[in-house]
Ligand binder design. Structure first.
Ligand code: GAL
Length: 689
C-alpha cells in the first residue's frame, strides 16, 4: 500500500469544533458544507474533558449526536484521539504526567501538549480513554478514520520529566547493554564524565556554558523519537484491535520525530498541516522571493513519507494567537493557490483549518473559512470554488503521484546531530534551501527524500541525480550503497563535511571525506569554517558552465587534494591562501558520476552545476514560464497533469509553443497567456499538441 491514502477523488474536508458553538448552528453548518462540496469533518482531537469529565466517567453522547447529524448530510468523520489535551482533573491529580523543562520545572495546565510520553500513568489513562472512545464510536456509519493525538512534538519537542529520565535509562540499557559500552559511545573518558551507575545517567540537564555531551545530545533526540512512536503505538494498537476497517493517521511534521518510521510501523498514511503563511511572517531578505512557496519543500518532505497524503489542516484565513503569531490576511486567490500547492505535491484529501473562527481562547485570531458573524465572505466563496473544481477534476487527479528525477537527500541522524553541532548543522539548511529554490525557479521538479537504514539501491535509482549535501555522520554501509548508485548510473552530489563522523557522532580517524573518499577520488588537505573575519574564498569555474563572477564558496572551505587521476576539477578557489586549489570535483565512476564540493551550496553554484549536468525542466520544449510560477507534474499510468501555480501578486506571462487547455476552466492556452495573480492552471499534458 506504499503508505498512501487511497482516494477515488480529490476530497475537501474541514476541521470542525461543535463544542465551540451552540447546537442550533450545527445543521446549518453541515448544509452549507455540502453546498461547498465539503464532505469530511475532523473533530474531537481536543475534547478529553468532555469525553471524560470526571475520572473514569465517560460521556460519548455529544459527538454521537454530531456524527448522526453529519451522517444525515452525507458528511464523513475523522476523529482525533484527545490525548494532546489532558483535562485539569488529570494533571492536577497526577502531576507526574506533565512535561518539564531542562531545569525540571513542570509545564502546567492552561495550554496543550504539556504532558510527557513516558509516564506509565499517562499511558494508562490514554489507553483507557482511547479504548472507550474507539469502542463507543467504531460502528458509527459516518466514521472513516482516526487521527492519533495531534501534532506530536509540536509546541515543544524536548522532554525532561522524571518519567523521561527513567525511560531514557531503559532505552539506553536496551541500546547499549552495559554501562561500559554507553561510556564508550558517549566518550565519557573525556572530562571525567564516566558513569559508574545507571542512576547517574540523565537526559541533558543544565550544564555550564550550556554545552551537553554531544553524543548524549544525539541519543536524546533518538530517544524522544522512539518514545513518541511507542506512545503512538499504544493508540494505534487499540484502534487496529477494535476498529480494523478504519484507517489511522497522524498530522505532523515536527522535530525529534522520525515520521517515516512512525508511519511505516503504526499508520496507514501520514498527514500534514499546511500553513504556508508561516514562512512569510518574518521573511529574511534572502528568502523574499520564495516565501509561501517555500512551503512546497515541507510538502515534498511529507510526500517522501506518503506519496499521496492528507493535509489535515490547510490554512484558510489569517493565522493568529492572542500573544504570538500575527499574520496578514491571505490575498484573494491565495487560499485556492495554497490548496493546489498541497494537491500538486500529493494531497488527495484536503481538510481546511477551520470551519469558523473561534470567538474565545488562545486561537481566537486563527481565522477559519467563516468569520465570527457567520455571514458569507470571500474566503467562503474561494473555498466553494475549490470545492466546485474538485468535483470537476478530482477523479482524474486522485491517485496520481508527483514526478521528479532529482532528489535532495537528508537523514534524521544528521539533522538531529546538526542541531547542536555548529560545525556542520548550519550547512545543511543553506544547501538544501539553495538547491530546492533554484530547481523550483527553473521548473525542475524535485523530491526531498530521507535516507533510512532500510533503503535499497532501487529506492535511489528512481532518481537520475541525488544531492546529499552534508552527511557528516556516514557509515561504510551507506558509502557502499552510494557507490552502487553511482556505478549503476546515478549522479551523486556531495558537499563539505561529508563522512567525518560515525553513528555515535565521534570523528573518524581517517582522511575526509571518510567512507566516500575513495568513491570521490579525493581527500581534504586543509579546511576552515567560514565565519566572522574568516571570509569565504571566491571561486573560479573550470567547467563548461558559467558561474556568476565574484561567487563565494560559503559556509565552509575544504581544500581538496585530488588522489585519482580521473578526477576532474570543476572549480578552484580564487582567493585566500588556498587560491588555485580545487574546490569542486567530478569523477565518472561506472555508468554515473560523483561530485564533491568543499563548501555549502549557494544559488550561483547550484545554477552552474545544474547547467553542467544538463538538468532540464520537463516542459522546457513547449512552455516558458517566469520563475515566480511553480511547475510540477502528477502522473500515473500514462495520465499526466501539469500544475502551474503563480505565487506572485502580479500577472505572470506564459509562452506556449504548443496548444494546451486548462482543465479547471476549459480555457485554450496558446501563444502568450497571462496567468492572473495567485492563479492556478492544470494541464492534461497528453492533450498538448
Ligand atoms: C496546528 C494545530 C491546530 C491549530 C492550528 C493553528 O498546529 O494542530 O490545532 O492550533 O495549528 O494554530
Amino acid at each position: 500500500m506504499n503508505n498512501s491514502i487511497q482516494m477515488d477523488q480529490l476530497t475537501l474536508g474541514v476541521c470542525y469544533y461543535p463544542e465551540h458553538w451552540p447546537e442550533e448552528l450545527w445543521e446549518d453548518d453541515f448544509r452549507r458544507m455540502r453546498d461547498m462540496n465539503i464532505s469530511v469533518i475532523r473533530m474531537a482531537e481536543f475534547s478529553w474533558a468532555m469525553l471524560e469529565p470526571v475520572e473514569g466517567t465517560f460521556e460519548f453522547q455529544f459527538f454521537n449526536k454530531v456524527m448522526d447529524l453529519a451522517h444525515k448530510y452525507g458528511i464523513k468523520v475523522i476523529l482525533g484521539t484527545p490525548t494532546a489535551t489532558p483535562p485539569a482533573w488529570l494533571t492536577h491529580k497526577y502531576p507526574e504526567v506533565l512535561n518539564a523543562n531542562a531545569e525540571g520545572v513542570l509545564y502546567r495546565h492552561g495550554m496543550r501538549r504539556h504532558y510527557n510520553y513516558s509516564s506509565p500513568k499517562y499511558r494508562e489513562l490514554c489507553t483507557r480513554i482511547v479504548t472507550n472512545m474507539v469502542q463507543a464510536y467504531k460502528d458509527h456509519p459516518a466514521l472513516i478514520g482516526w487521527q492519533i493525538d495531534n501534532e506530536l512534538n509540536c509546541e515543544i519537542n524536548v522532554f525532561y520529566a522524571e518519567a523521561d529520565h527513567i525511560a531514557f535509562r531503559e532505552w539506553l540499557k536496551e541500546r547499549y547493554g552495559s554501562l561500559d559500552s554507553l561510556n564508550k559511545a558517549w566518550g565519557t573518558v573525556f572530562w571525567s564524565q564516566t558513569y559508574s551507575d545507571w542512576e547517574q545517567v540523565f537526559l541533558t540537564r543544565p550544564t555550564t556554558a550550556d554545552s551537553p555531551n554531544p553524543h548524549l545530545a544525539l541519543d536524546e533526540k533518538r530517544f524522544i523519537s522512539a518514545n513518541a512512536i511507542s506512545f503512538a503505538k499504544v493508540q494505534s494498537d487499540i484502534i487496529r484491535a477494535f476498529a480494523p476497517r478504519h484507517w489511522i493517521t497522524h498530522n505532523g511534521t515536527f522535530g525529534h520525530l522520525d515520521s517515516h518510521e512512525l508511519t511505516d510501523k503504526h499508520l496507514d498514511f501520514f498527514s500534514y498541516d499546511s500553513y504556508p503563511q508561516f514562512s512569510t511572517i518574518s521573511p529574511s531578505t534572502e528568502d523574499h522571493p520564495l516565501l509561501d512557496r517555500a512551503w512546497s519543500m515541507n510538502l515534498s518532505n511529507t510526500r517522501s513519507i506518503s506519496p499521496n497524503f492528507c493535509v489535515m489542516e490547510q490554512q484558510s484565513g489569517p493565522g493568529g494567537w492572542v500573544n504570538r503569531i500575527d499574520m496578514g490576511t491571505p490575498r484573494p486567490g491565495q487560499i485556492r493557490l495554497w490548496s493546489y500547492q498541497s494537491v500538486l505535491h500529493g494531497t488527495d484529501l484536503l481538510v481546511y483549518f477551520r470551519w469558523r473562527t473561534a470567538t474565545f481562547g488562545t486561537e481566537m485570531y486563527w481565522h477559519g473559512i467563516n468569520d465570527y458573524h457567520n455571514q458569507p465572505n470571500r474566503r467562503v466563496r474561494e473555498v466553494a470554488q475549490v470545492g466546485e473544481e474538485f468535483s470537476k477534476v478530482g477523479s482524474l487527479i486522485a491517485g496520481t503521484v508527483y514526478q521528479a528525477e532529482i532528489a535532495i537527500m537528508q537523514d534524521y541522524d544528521n539533522t538531529w546531530d546538526g542541531e547542536l553541532d555548529k560545525w556542520h548543522g548550519p550547512l545543511q539548511w543553506q544547501s538544501v534551501r539553495s538547491w530546492y529554490k533554484q530547481l523550483q525557479y527553473k521548473h525542475i521538479p524535485a523530491d526531498l527524500i530521507t535516507l533510512r537504514a532500510e533503503n535499497l539501491l532501487e529506492d535511489l535509482l528512481k532518481y537520475k541525480v541525488i544531492v546529499y549535501p552534508h552527511a557528516a555522520i556516514m557509515t561504510d554501509e551507506t558509502a557502499a550503497l552510494l557507490t552502487e548508485y553511482v556505478e549503476a548510473g546515478g549522479k551523486l552530489i556531495l558537499g563539505a563535511r561529508t563522512g567525518y563522523k560515525d553513528p555515535n557522532g565521534h570523528c573518524y580517524m581517517r582522511p575526509f571525506p571518510g567512507p566516500v573518499a575513495e568513491l570521490c577520488g579525493i581527500t581534504i588537505e586543509d579546511f576552515t569554517l567560514i565565519k566572522g573575519i574568516i571570509a569565504p574564498a571566491e571561486l573560479s569555474w573550470k567547467g563548461k558552465g558559467v558561474l556568476s563572477p565574484g561567487t563565494a564558496a560559503v559556509g565552509f572551505n575544504e581544500v581538496i587534494s585530488v588522489v585519482s587521476k580521473d578526477v576532474e576539477v570543476m572549480a578552484e578557489y580564487a582567493s585566500e591562501y588556498y587560491s588555485g586549489k580545487p574546490a569542486l570535483t567530478r569523477r565518472a565512476v561506472g555508468q554515473g558520476e560523483v561530485w564533491y564540493y568543499g563548501a555549502a551550496f549557494n544559488e550561483p553554484v547550484v545554477d552552474a552545476v545544474i547547467e553542467e549536468i544538463q538538468l532540464k525542466s520537463p516542459v522546457d520544449e513547449w512552455l516558458t514560464a517566469p520563475a515566480e510560477v511553480e511547475a510540477g507534474i502528477r502522473a500515473l499510468n500514462g495520465a499526466s497533469y501539469l500544475f502551474l501555480l503563480n505565487y506572485s501578486n502580479k500577472p505572470a506571462q506564459l509562452e506556449f509553443k504548443k496548444t494546451a487547455a486548462d482543465l479547471l476552466t476549459g480555457d485554450r492556452l496558446e501563444g502568450t497567456f497571462d496567468m492572473p495573480p495567485y492563479g492556478v492552471l492544470i494541464i492534461d499534458t497528453s492533450a498538448v499538441g
